[in-house]
Design a protein around this ligand. Sequence first.
Ligand code: AQP
Length: 334
Amino acid sequence: TPRAFSGIKPSGGLTLGNYLGAIKRFVDWQEAGTHETIYCVVDLHAITVWQDPDMLHAATREVAAGYLASGIDPVKSILFNQSQVPAHVELSWIFSCVARMGWMNRMTQWKEKAGKNAEKESLGLFAYPALMAADILLYHATHVPVGEDQKQHVELTRDIAQKFNHDYKVDFFPETLPVIEGPATRVMNLRDGTKKMSKSGESDMERINMTDDADTIAKKFKKAKTDPAPLPETMEGLKDRPEARNLVDIYAGLAGLSDEQVIAEYAGAGWGRFKPALADLAVAKLGPISAEMARLMADPAEIDRILAHGAEQARAVADPILTRTKEIVGFVQS
Ligand code: AQP
């Protein structure tokens, strides 16, 4: 069976962006049954920027709980945290020697995160895409469901695989495709529709957290920035209205509709009608998930047991692929 792989960084609490752009799709892939699905809490990626150890520990369990509460089933999918499978780091080193500095320099996320202060960033943040390529190729995964923001990194994964195969004259690593489909593949910040919603954004009002209660969700949507015009009659009318487009897109993602269908339903509606409807929908969808997350997080030993079991399954797939890679590279293994 072909494999799909994806991951989420435990760099804070999960957002609605992570849910709609990633987790919800991961569940769809698992249920489709066309691929063996491997999902990871990518803690090694999280420490590319400073993480308080206690917070990292808690966030790792929270992301695991988010996966499980949303429907990732450890019987159907492999679910683990990255640092328990050392092969990720080993393959990442090899890929760091395959990838070129220029490729990394061109990554938009690096440019955005490093800004003018690249000198002060960690070497790990710069090399992040090589570790991500290792995460995926260690399982010979061909499909990577992600949000729009990760497209460039998955394309770089393909470049690394190609260069490895070319340099070592093998046909070993497969071609990898980013899978970015449906609405809400890029959920934007509620206070600024030109920036994406992030776990680590400055203000809590910018994002919906998966653990927010009903009142908080309602308050955040009520205060979300919009322009004064009502919802348009057609999609054309959302042009140059990033905040309006974002709220429509979030509604579509949560309701399992297309943006067009939402516009058709709410054509001409004012925000006084649309925002409460959106809040109700978000509460209806996220409420049961956050309740289940709270239940799971009350028993961290059970989460740890699931992650340990997943790590064992992951190692069973990854280790032979790493061993073969080392043979190809020419390392003596006795
Ligand atoms: N706003 C978003 N809209 C749609 N998808 C999103 N994803 C993240 N934000 C959005 C998707 O979630 C998956 C996991 O992302 P990640 O945690 O590995 O890294 P990230 O993209 O850097 O997420 P954040 O929330 O912005 O984290 P910080 O603030 O720590 O950098 C990916 O599939 C991503 O596309």
